[in-house]
Design a protein around this ligand. Structure first.
Ligand code: SAM
Length: 310
């Protein structure tokens, strides 16, 4: 039987996004972080979440440090251009002055030449809940933050952070699912979804927005998977839809049109992530969807609701 792997994720979030982070973690890992640490056997790329700061793939876990050394003697690691570090975020009871000593004992067991300045891989030691852990430490590369500077964006576009998170929630982290953003605006979720490797498409009723979405996708060398189309004419079926519903302030939309959008999302997808500024629970229920999870993101006087519906 194949031994299951263990990953330790180090999580952080601004207070106003705590609920959003917890919803993303429940969607990907079926559990929530405790004290900003999440342990799972699910392997998720840390750069695909704005909330994961780093991931330790645990190679060895022992109560005594000496047993970590014994494991390293038994399973020799041969590696060049690596760096060794101590994971502070696990909040170990190991005084700073002693950490270097532990690391140098580990370093003695690894066959290869380290490269501290430009390592290809980072190996790390830490202590969590009284147990020593050693493994491969990968940090979030934060490349997604460069998507904040798009050629085209509107004041009602989703932020990169929210867009990335709702795609993960829509797909539960599964790259094989088919996702649609039927009201995709300038393609914020499509940029995030495609750059993380998800199967995602967009439709948009406004020709100008469609062209701007294609421009944004082209700017990041991504496929132009957006069509100028009224979502009500969509024929395909999808595993999930992401609906950032048009609302009064920016679009002239009636309650009936909002209900129609939710009803069509129900027709074309098994699951819907609804992003809204107002309470639309009654519309979701009328469509036949059930709200299975939710969160609110409050920033200043703005409150956005994110509903997971199946
Ligand atoms: C709140 S905006 C979406 C913004 C988008 N999430 C972004 O980040 O750019 C809603 C969008 O729905 C589009 N829309 C409204 N009715 C539609 C329909 N029937 N089919 C497709 N798109 C529609 C509007 O043109 C608008 O761009």
């Amino acid at each position: 039987m194949k031994e299951s792997k263990k990953f330790i994720y180090i999580i952080n979030y601004p207070t106003f996004e705590e609920e959003l982070c917890m919803l993303e973690m429940r969607s990907i890992f079926n559990t929530e972080p405790k004290d900003k640490i999440l342990i799972s056997d699910i392997n998720f790329n840390p750069s695909n979440s704005t909330f994961i700061k780093s991931r330790l793939e645990v190679f060895h876990e022992e109560e005594n440090f000496q047993d970590i050394l014994k494991k390293l003697e038994k399973n020799i690691i041969t590696l060049d251009d690596f760096r060794l570090e101590f994971i502070k975020a696990l909040k170990a009871d190991v005084p700073f002055s002693e950490r270097f000593g532990y690391l140098s004992k580990i370093g003695d067991k690894i066959m290869g030449v380290p490269d501290i300045k430009a390592p290809k891989l980072v190996l790390a030691l830490g202590k969590h809940k009284g147990r020593w852990v050693f493994g491969l430490h990968e940090k979030n590369d934060n490349l997604w933050s460069t998507h904040e500077k798009k050629p085209c964006s509107y004041s009602n576009s989703l932020s990169v952070r929210v867009a990335k998170t709702v795609v993960n929630i829509a797909a539960n982290g599964d790259k094989n699912l088919r996702i649609i953003d039927p009201c995709c605006g300038v393609g914020t979720t499509i940029v995030e979804g495609l750059s993380m490797g998800y199967e995602i498409w967009g439709t948009e009723i406004s020709e100008k927005n469609t062209n701007n979405a294609k421009r944004n996708l082209g700017f990041f060398n991504l496929e132009p998977r957006v069509t100028h189309q009224d979502m009500h004419t969509i024929k395909e079926n999808y595993d999930s839809s992401i609906v950032d519903i048009p609302y009064g302030l920016f679009s002239h939309i009636t309650k009936e049109q909002q209900q129609d959008i939710i009803d069509t999302a129900r027709r074309i997808s098994k699951k819907m992530i609804l992003i809204t500024f107002e309470d639309l629970d009654h519309m979701v229920e009328k469509s036949g969807f059930k709200i299975i999870d939710r969160c609110a993101v409050t920033k200043g006087s703005f409150k956005r609701y994110i509903l997971v519906c199946e």
